[in-house]
Write a protein that binds this ligand. Structure first.
Ligand code: SF4
Ligand code: SF4
Length: 112
């Protein structure tokens, strides 16, 4: 089991999650973060910290797509352990449906 970041993070990137993770297993893409499933220790501390409710345990139904995305992109994106400023327009995208189809990019973020 692991926790995963879902499409609810896309273009929100509030980054409250990275500060609390005891094993620093968040990785930054241009428009969202992901968790490395091999490093996550399933502590669950990050889940309630996310204002966009973007973090879920992969045991919830329908998370297969996000588990695959987290596993794939955490291998190539840079590690992030410190909260940075979230995008100025983050609140406009909070709770929007279909963000993966509209906005996802495989580009890396800048990391720490
Ligand atoms: S707190 Fe939530 S929205 Fe912000 S970066 Fe973490 S997972 Fe994404
Ligand atoms: S569940 Fe714990 S170890 Fe896994 S990403 Fe969240 S804070 Fe980090």
């Amino acid at each position: 089991m692991t926790y995963v970041v879902t499409d609810a993070c896309i273009k929100c990137k509030y980054m409250d999650c990275v500060e609390v993770c005891p094993v620093d297993c968040f990785y930054e893409g241009e428009v969202m973060l992901v968790i490395n499933p091999n490093e996550c220790i399933d502590c669950g501390v990050c889940e309630p910290e996310c204002p966009a409710e973007a973090i879920l345990p992969d045991t919830e139904s329908g998370q297969e797509q996000w588990l695959e995305l987290n596993a794939n992109f955490s291998a190539g994106w840079p590690n992030i352990t410190r909260k940075k400023d979230s995008p100025a327009d983050a609140d406009e995208f909070k709770g929007q449906e279909g963000k993966y189809e509209k906005y996802f990019t495989p580009e890396p973020g800048s990391g720490d």
